[in-house]
Design a protein around this ligand. Structure first.
Ligand code: SF4
Length: 697
């Protein structure tokens, strides 16, 4: 029986996983167990949860919960006290910095961290460590859509409208998004719309579509250009919108001139008549949305692809039109807020650019330092990890809320770089694969044990509330950051560890920035106000709908941005004749560090699989359930075959939640998008073959 005190018998909070951030009511304690119900009246999930949300309380009593810091001694991680663990970390950081300068330390954050943690981590890196080397796993999630959104609209908010607006849509184009599996409660808002789904796989979302466009992996950009060409064949849908609200249409119209649907078919494999049908469905709808997801964004040309879909939406006159719009479906729990407050290599709080002198002056003043003390922009996520332990790169890395050994592309390379470090410190609540490789592991709180805020995919700021106190021995990430900062010589007042105090400082740092939280307070959130940023003052109602009368560029107009098609970073060859693409399954989340520990989810989706067309399987001597090896130029994965006659003949799909032999990122290509730093997760050239069976014992 636990000897933990009861903090509260009931609290309203949000699911620990994806960016939909379904509202939940938690009841119970550690003795009787915790029960979850969907929060009645929260419009985003409107009474529904997916299997992951229903089973989330099991995380609170996972048997391998970390409750003591761990210190590496030879091959072992040995429990030690907090004083010793933090003392070791601070001492080694001080020595490394004295020998090599501040950029010798890197910081790697996560898109699941609360706004408060993300903000304080960014401040800790720039002020306590003085390093430019900070980035986070959200770089691999949202960065392409963010870069494209900033270029077109002057601002990046995943959905610039509430999800409930989708209920009135007549047509929705879902480009590379599979919400039926990744965020099922969202589908209730799409029930009335005709869906056009663009995906190389016939996903559960595609199965519900009025029209499924199934392109060759890596050719989504060509398809977007072809769709715009087809729209323009009948003349722009809304000439006055283009004239009054945008710049750059003639250049973009000219740039898609050669993307006849027939040519697009040759590149993408999508029939020209389906491209024209999709264009007509969109152009003839009074209320339509274009939504993108990771399928089109996680490519080495992901930003240009997202840009091409935005161009399409602008040509249709959708962004800012009542009942219509463009958005991207953010993935991680705080994928939105996590990218606004300073975890990104090039960014300060409030979505400010770290290279903008005014932004530097504003944030430095809030932090009580001189602007020239702030470092400049660092490396993007993969570039930083790739440089670890090299003469030019960081020699120590602090990881908060991330598991890059499983989530990074070309994972064997990243494993090797982490092993080359002088010091790897991981803060987590379970011994993730990355924590297993650490020199020091710091046990921290999880969702139902902590207070804070997250910002969901529609820019709505939400309160995470604690139901339970953390187990003895566990500290919050904010406490850990503060403790380390003090040990590195910072004055205690500069690093508060109360979530509300940190949030109040974040508000001041974000004031006047693109993501302005100045008017969002805990008090207002507790009073039940629905506050979407920007919310610049305490008497401001927040902004659920952006772009209704102006875009965020200084002249109020959106920008068409011409983009040019280019092929995937690696092409098929005799040696690697198939495409591999990666994605998620319903019962697992991200690297599975949480969901693989939940019995019901693990029973539902216990291991990796290789999804392939039955003819492709047969051509390679494989049938259902036989073990297959998939090999790229970077590594191999072994998993049982799962045939699906709806798969393209040239494509295999592998889910990315698994580790060991089933690690999908052993295959993936780290070729980087030059605009966003996004790696090419969705396209790798591979070969498929039977894996040798283990000899019988
Ligand atoms: Fe949680 Fe997302 Fe499922 Fe909602 S859809 S219950 S937020 S994982």
């Amino acid at each position: 029986m636990s000897d933990l005190p009861i903090l509260a018998a009931e609290t309203d909070t949000h699911c620990p996983y994806c960016a939909l951030q379904c509202g939940t009511r938690l009841q119970g304690d550690r003795e009787i167990g915790v029960k979850v119900q969907p929060l009645a009246g929260f419009p985003v999930n409107a009474g529904r949860l997916c299997q992951k949300g229903w089973t989330a309380p099991e995380l609170l009593h996972t048997p391998d919960r970390l409750t003591s810091p761990l210190l590496r001694q030879g091959d072992q991680l040995v429990p030690v006290g907090w004083e010793q663990a933090l003392g070791v970390v601070a001492r080694r950081l001080r020595t490394l910095r004295a020998q090599h300068g501040p950029d010798v330390v890197g910081v790697f954050g996560g898109g699941g961290l609360t706004n408060e943690k993300a903000y304080l981590l960014g401040k800790f890196a720039r002020v306590a460590l003085g390093t430019s080397q900070i980035d986070y796993n959200g770089r691999w999630c949202m960065s392409s859509a963010a870069a494209a959104g900033n270029a077109a609209f002057g601002i990046d908010r995943g959905l610039p409208f509430p999800v409930t607006d989708l209920q009135e849509a007549q047509v929705v184009l879902l480009a590379g998004a599979n919400p039926a599996e990744t965020m099922p409660p969202l589908m209730q808002h799409l029930e009335r719309a005709d869906l056009i789904v663009l995906d190389p796989r016939r996903t559960p979302t595609a199965q519900r579509a009025a029209l499924h466009l199934q392109p060759v992996p890596g050719t989504d950009l060509a398809l977007a250009l072809g769709l715009l060409h087809a729209v323009l064949e009948d003349g722009p849908a809304d000439k006055s919108y283009i004239q009054q609200r945008t710049h750059g249409f003639p250049e973009v119209a000219a740039s898609v001139g050669e993307w006849w649907p027939e040519r697009t078919e040759q590149v993408t494999g999508v029939p020209a008549h389906d491209i024209r049908r999709a264009a007509r469905l969109l152009a003839q709808a009074e209320r339509a949305y274009v939504l993108t997801g990771r399928g089109v964004e996680q490519q080495s040309k992901g930003t240009d692809t997202a840009q091409a879909f935005i161009n399409l939406a602008l040509a249709l006159g959708l962004p800012g039109r009542p009942g219509s719009g463009y958005g991207c479906l953010t993935g991680q729990g705080n994928g939105q807020g996590g990218r606004e407050h300073g975890q990104k290599a090039d960014q300060l709080a409030g979505y400010r650019s770290i290279t903008d002198p005014e932004a530097r002056a504003h944030v430095a003043a809030v932090w009580g330092i001189r602007p020239q003390e702030l470092p400049g922009a660092g490396r993007s996520a993969f570039e930083m990890l790739d440089a670890l332990g090299t003469p030019e790169g960081p020699r120590a890395l602090l990881v908060f809320g991330s598991n890059p050994i499983v989530s990074a592309p070309h994972s064997a390379r990243i494993e090797e770089r982490l092993a080359a470090l002088d010091l790897l410190v991981v803060a987590d609540f379970v011994l993730s694969e990355t924590a297993q490789a650490a020199d020091v592991v710091l046990p921290v709180t999880q969702w139902a044990e902590e207070d804070g805020t997250l910002t969901n995919l529609e820019g709505r700021v939400l309160r995470r509330r604690a139901l339970l106190p953390p187990p003895p021995g566990v500290r919050s990430d904010l406490e850990v950051i503060r403790d380390l900062a003090i040990r590195l010589g910072q004055p205690p007042h500069r690093f508060p560890d109360s979530p509300e105090a940190v949030f109040d400082e974040l508000r001041a740092a974000s004031a006047g920035g693109r993501a302005d939280y100045a008017g969002v307070t805990y008090e207002r959130l507790e009073a039940g106000e629905a506050l979407h940023w920007p919310c610049p003052a305490e008497d401001h109602p927040g902004t659920p709908r952006l772009f209704t009368d102006r875009f965020a560029h200084a002249d109020g107009r959106a920008r068409f941005v011409p983009v040019t098609y280019r092929e995937a970073a690696e092409d098929l060859s005799n040696q690697y004749p198939l495409y591999a693409t990666t994605g998620r399954v319903l019962a697992q989340y991200q690297t599975g560090a949480q969901t693989r520990r939940i019995r019901e989810l693990n029973d539902a989706a216990p291991q990796a699989f290789v999804q392939v067309h039955p003819d492709t399987a047969a051509r390679h001597g494989l049938t259902d359930d036989t073990p297959a090896r998939v090999t790229s130029a970077r590594g191999s994965l072994t998993a049982p075959v799962r045939t699906d006659p709806a798969m393209r003949l040239d494509t295999v799909f592998v889910p990315f939640h698994y580790t060991g032999d089933g690690r999908a990122n052993a295959l993936t290509n780290p070729a980087i998008d030059p605009r966003s730093g996004m790696p090419e997760f969705k396209v790798a050239a591979v070969r498929l073959e039977p894996a040798e069976e283990e000899p019988a014992a």
